[in-house]
Design a protein around this ligand. Structure first.
Ligand code: ZN
Length: 115
């Protein structure tokens, strides 16, 4: 279950981002962007975060996950597509080289602190 490693990284980033001058900070919501190809199972990630945030400022934090679709762009004809699986050839011109432009994101976009 690779979600545990991801959860640990995300929690560390979130904890580091809490301003130091806040007394007893509590993070209510963590907004995440996760690409379809990052292969993160949402309920596993939620479960891991729940375990490791106990007794921290992130205890009971709610995860709001935005799933980022996989997008590819052809280097030859410059068309862009949204796809379900990675592709290696341009679906249009047939032999253009493909660049993946999104789908592997795994990042915190923002977090909301309780008052
Ligand atoms: Zn093309």
């Amino acid at each position: 279950m690779h979600e545990m490693g991801i959860a640990e990284q995300l929690v560390k980033i979130a904890l580091d981002a809490i301003p130091e001058d806040i007394e007893n900070p509590r993070v209510e919501i963590l907004n995440l962007r996760i690409g379809k190809l990052a292969s993160v199972v949402e309920h596993s990630l939620t479960f891991c975060i729940e375990i490791i945030t106990k007794d921290t400022a992130l205890e009971d934090v709610k995860l709001v996950i935005e799933e980022v679709p996989v997008k590819i762009r052809c280097k030859d004809c410059h068309k862009e597509w949204e796809v379900d699986t990675p592709m290696f050839k341009c679906p249009d011109c047939g032999d253009g080289e493909i660049k993946m432009i999104s789908g592997r994101e795994l990042e915190i976009t923002s977090m909301e602190l309780a008052d």
